[in-house]
Ligand binder design. Structure first.
Ligand code: SF4
Length: 399
């Protein structure tokens, strides 16, 4: 991610689906104004989608996902459907590219039923309208275009923008918790796990949100907090800490000051907080031989370092005293079948879009597997959960 880039979790994810000969690639190129095969960040094989983050007017920051031809012989039957389902888990708007000369085929109908099953809003794009003698009237979620002649492309983008408008999160990160002029203290450890020369994404996003709400963010390391806190002439509205430093910070911040963590704010922002608080009690019910899945949202998570692989497993074993098996997954490898797990502990999910976080939660809920997240689990195992969520009084009933 470049310095000024919108994080991928904040982008509207637009997936292009269709058969190989429907002109999908030319349509993707016409919509993006770029040759995706050349500019894409991920190299596509017959089974892998190609992704590219870009600004797309009039939509704004998007993630374009160009999927392999749905009728590709390289991926057959179940595997193809499963792959498409996986892509749909993070797709906010689906674009189905249909060959206008051939009309809707069984293959296209199969894709439409997958969109409907996943409740993904979609637009059916009849490409190659230049081959038609008369262009039929389009229904509401249909459009006739010619990628070859560049006709109907702007209208298509407007249609996608219209559908994608509701895809983003409406939840605030911290701005609803403070007033104009409030001081907020952010506790940010600068240790070996911290990336060189910059702050991590949730910290950047919280600072941005506080500034937008008219507050002031004072950043301090956990080691200097006891010295700096008394120097403030006014009591801060809130202290927000890295969850790993929660124990120490909780002891240093007087009880009458609200205290929470970046991870808890992020969980609320992604729509996971209530479920995570509800699920955390399952830690105390773990038995010998249970398997806990520790899931991370991305694979290049230097900022999460060894929390998932070392620290949480150790805390779990110490807290429960049980002989547990720890399984891990990262990036897109979140398993659809969770039946072998007694509990899922998910990372903050800062790189995932809301749809994907919701999907993972639903997977767990449908299979009656409790799910929680790093921040909540850490706070629970350190006996400071109550304090870390007191900023959200509605959660009291779940504690
Ligand atoms: S592992 Fe999770 S919390 Fe860490 S950077 Fe990746 S998505 Fe964000």
């Amino acid at each position: 991610m470049g310095l000024n880039d919108t994080p991928s979790g904040e982008r509207v994810h637009i997936g292009f689906f269709g058969r190989r000969n429907a002109g999908k690639s030319s349509l993707v190129n016409a919509v993006t104004g770029q040759d995706m095969a050349v500019v894409s960040e991920t190299k596509g094989t017959t089974t892998d989608p190609v992704k590219k983050a870009m600004e797309l007017l009039p939509i704004g920051p998007v993630m374009i996902i160009d999927t392999p031809g749905y009728d590709d012989e390289g991926t057959l039957g179940e595997k193809r459907v499963q792959k498409t389902r996986q892509i749909l888990n993070r797709t906010d708007v689906a674009v189905l590219v249909v060959d206008a000369a051939e009309g809707c085929t069984d293959c296209d109908r199969e894709l439409i039923s997958l969109f409907e099953e996943k409740e993904i809003p979609y637009v059916a794009v009849y490409n190659k309208k230049d081959l038609l003698e008369t262009v039929p009237a389009a229904k509401d979620n249909e459009i006739f275009v010619s990628a070859l002649e560049g006709k109907g492309i702007y209208e298509l983008k407007e249609k996608i923008a219209q559908i994608g408008k509701n895809a983003g999160t409406e939840r605030p990160l911290a701005s609803d918790l403070i007033k104009v002029g409030d001081l907020v203290v952010l506790v940010i450890p600068i240790d070996s796990a911290a990336p060189k020369g910059r702050l991590i994404l949730p910290q950047q996003q919280v600072i941005r949100d506080i500034l937008e709400a008219g507050g002031a963010a004072i950043c301090v390391k956990e080691t200097e907090l006891p010295e700096i806190l008394p120097k403030l002439s006014e009591k801060p509205a809130m202290v927000i800490t890295d969850s790993q430093a929660f124990g120490k910070v909780s002891a240093d911040v007087p009880e009458d000051i609200l205290l929470t963590s970046f991870s808890i704010l992020m969980a609320r922002y992604k729509g996971l907080l209530d479920t995570a608080v509800e699920g955390v009690a399952a830690i105390d019910d773990l038995k010998d031989g249970d398997t806990v899945l520790i899931a991370e949202g991305c694979t290049h998570h230097r900022q999460c370092d060894d929390i998932g692989t070392v620290k949480i497993p150790n805390w779990l074993k110490k807290h429960t005293g049980k002989n547990l098996t720890i399984a891990t997954c990262s990036g897109q490898s979140f398993p659809e079948d969770l039946s072998s797990y007694a509990l899922v502990i998910h990372c903050g999910g800062c790189m995932l879009n809301e749809r994907e976080v919701r999907y993972r939660m639903k997977c767990a809920k449908d299979q009656k597997v409790p799910i929680t997240n790093y921040g909540i689990a850490i706070a629970h195992m350190h006996g400071i959960l109550k304090r870390s969520v007191e900023v959200f009084p509605h959660l009291e009933r779940l504690l």
